[in-house]
Design a protein around this ligand. Structure first.
Ligand SMILES: Nc1ncnc2c1ncn2[C@@H]1O[C@H](COP(=O)(O)OP(=O)(O)OP(=O)(O)O)[C@@H](O)[C@H]1O
Length: 356
């Protein structure tokens, strides 16, 4: 399926959502932004629950709305799954009943078994919603949304009402969905951790406008954004665990552009992982350090330099092979080292952590 085109202009009394997005046809697109930036309004617009002044919503090869052509499919004719903060399951039906109801209403004949496996809920089929934990309820709510065989899954802060322990429990299931489902997911969240862990693509909303939209790692490493609002500036590296140093409890991650030692997470070798490297944990040198406590030194090239949050600081974007890193250094260091676009440097990474 080709990608998604979502252009919406939805004016309200004190607020206008005005977006024009092209998004990938699979994986998770995180919709991130401060409270009131229009995240929920965007999802509701895709679902046909708003009355836009102008709209074009195309999901793959299906146009759901095009104001230029006078096309507006009502919500019930848009094959989508919608998962909210609080799972709104029918309490008079057990889990199996909830799933069957959704499947029947959508006219889908697909078997439910694959969904039970996908979300690990086969053992819960005969429980009523009030007999489920918050995390289990959300997994059932997702399964119910998928039982309608949607072309897109809309998730509005699905973990916001779930406590930290339950969140840890449900995140691997969301990763599995991301990797196995063939439909796109739009995932609204306030949590930088969820973005880092789950997203493939990031849309940053601010005041109803798109501040940035792009592949996750590339967007997080943009110096002009400085940081995802409310989050510390840092880069995200996707890699694979390749080696373990049992004596020192370290594990090596190989990514496009080098390797990094991290605290051994105890995961099997070959496992795909994401590693977050904060800008403040990266320092720069022109020569290899003679004796240093820093174990991770990467050969990179300066790609861009932008002022930091304080005039004394600068944020430096580095290309390390095909990967991007950010380093926060003083403006004086930029001057003293003669840092400029194209200058080769050694990035000393003081700390890198698995996103978990
Ligand atoms: N039914 C409504 N009528 C009028 N204004 C509304 C309505 N719903 C939301 N708004 C306003 O629209 C703007 C965007 O709201 P929206 O819920 O989309 O933001 P959000 O980014 O999802 O926020 P949050 O993270 O707090 O859920 C806000 O200014 C909000 O006050």
């Amino acid at each position: 399926m080709s990608g998604l085109a979502i252009a919406l202009r939805i004016p309200r009394r004190d607020f206008v959502l005005d977006v024009d997005l092209r998004l990938p046809a699979d994986g998770i697109t995180a919709i991130f932004g401060p409270s009131g930036s229009g995240k929920t309004t965007l999802l509701r617009g895709v679902a046909g629950l708003e009355r836009p002044e102008r709209a074009r919503v195309v999901i793959g090869d299906a146009a759901w709305e095009d104001s230029e052509r006078g096309l507006v499919l009502p919500t019930h004719r848009r094959p989508l799954g919608y998962v909210f903060q609080e799972a709104s399951l029918f309490d008079h039906l057990d889990v199996a009943g909830n799933l069957r109801f959704a499947r029947k209403r959508s006219g889908s004949a697909a078997p439910l078994e694959p969904l039970l496996d996908l979300l690990g809920i086969a053992s819960l089929l005969h429980r009523r919603p009030h007999e489920l934990s918050g995390g289990e309820r959300q997994r059932v709510a997702i399964a119910r949304a998928l039982a309608t065989q949607p072309r897109i899954l809309l998730l509005d802060e699905p973990l916001a009402a779930v406590d930290l322990a339950r969140r840890r429990e449900i995140l691997p299931w969301l990763e599995k969905l991301r990797d196995e489902l063939e439909i796109p997911m739009l995932y609204v969240t306030h949590s930088g951790d969820e973005v880092a862990r789950l997203a493939d693509h990031l849309v940053l909303l601010e005041g109803g406008r798109v501040r940035a939209s792009g592949p996750l790692a590339e967007t997080l490493a943009r110096v002009d954004l400085a940081a995802v609002p409310g989050e510390e500036a840092g880069a995200l590296l996707g890699g694979t665990l390749v080696e373990r140093d049992a004596r020192w409890q370290l594990a090596q991650v190989r990514f496009a552009g080098g390797t990094l030692w991290i605290a051994d997470p105890g995961l099997p070798m070959g496992q795909a992982v994401r590693v977050r490297v904060l800008a403040r944990d990266v320092s720069l040198a022109l020569q290899p350090p003679a004796a240093s406590s820093i174990q991770n030194v990467l050969a990179c090239t300066v790609r861009a330099i932008a002022p930091g949050a304080h005039p004394s600081q600068a944020l430096v974007q580095l290309a390390c092979g095909e990967s991007l890193l950010l380093a926060r250094v003083t403006a004086r260091a930029v001057d003293a080292l003669g840092l400029a676009e194209g200058v080769p440097v050694l990035a000393q990474v003081k700390s890198a952590a698995l996103v978990a």
